[in-house]
Design a protein around this ligand. Structure first.
Ligand code: ZN
Length: 140
């Protein structure tokens, strides 16, 4: 195995999503939040769907969440990616409708369960820090 993380397709940075993809440099999962009603907005759009405010800002969240749903990928989609990994939707502890498309790492794919508590890890890829999730401490 080569050193470092496997190559993966990287998202395009925009003015709206840059804090989300770079907060991991400081170990922070940053989610856009409405300044008027405190609703978390993800994917970030700069616009609150709850109260229609444009007063949004990125705030660090706990990085804790739960596996909403997942699939174990057995096919190698591109060279360098592992041939068996967990593609998951993780809902954040702060707000159930904030869901991140991510991977579950640091555990056997067969051990992943719906509603399993997870916490964020960051994997650097070029100038991005990709939020991935691992089983939370204390999970049996
Ligand atoms: Zn709002």
């Amino acid at each position: 195995m080569a050193e470092g993380p496997p190559p993966r397709p990287l998202p395009a940075l925009t003015a709206d999503n840059t804090p989300f993809w770079t907060g991991g440099e400081r170990g922070e999962l940053l989610i856009q939040q409405c300044g008027s009603c405190a609703y978390f907005i993800h994917p970030p759009t700069g616009f609150c769907p709850q109260c229609e405010s444009r007063d949004t800002a990125y705030v660090p969240v706990s990085g804790r969440g739960f596996v909403e749903t997942f699939t174990i990928n057995h096919r190698q989609w591109m060279p360098g990616l592992p041939d068996r990994y967990v593609l998951a939707l993780v809902r954040l502890a702060e707000q159930a409708d904030v869901r991140l498309v991510t991977n579950i790492i640091d555990c056997d794919p067969d051990a992943v369960r719906i509603d399993m508590p997870v916490s964020v890890r960051f994997e650097q890829a070029e100038d991005l820090w990709i939020p991935l999730f691992a089983p939370a401490e204390g999970t049996p």
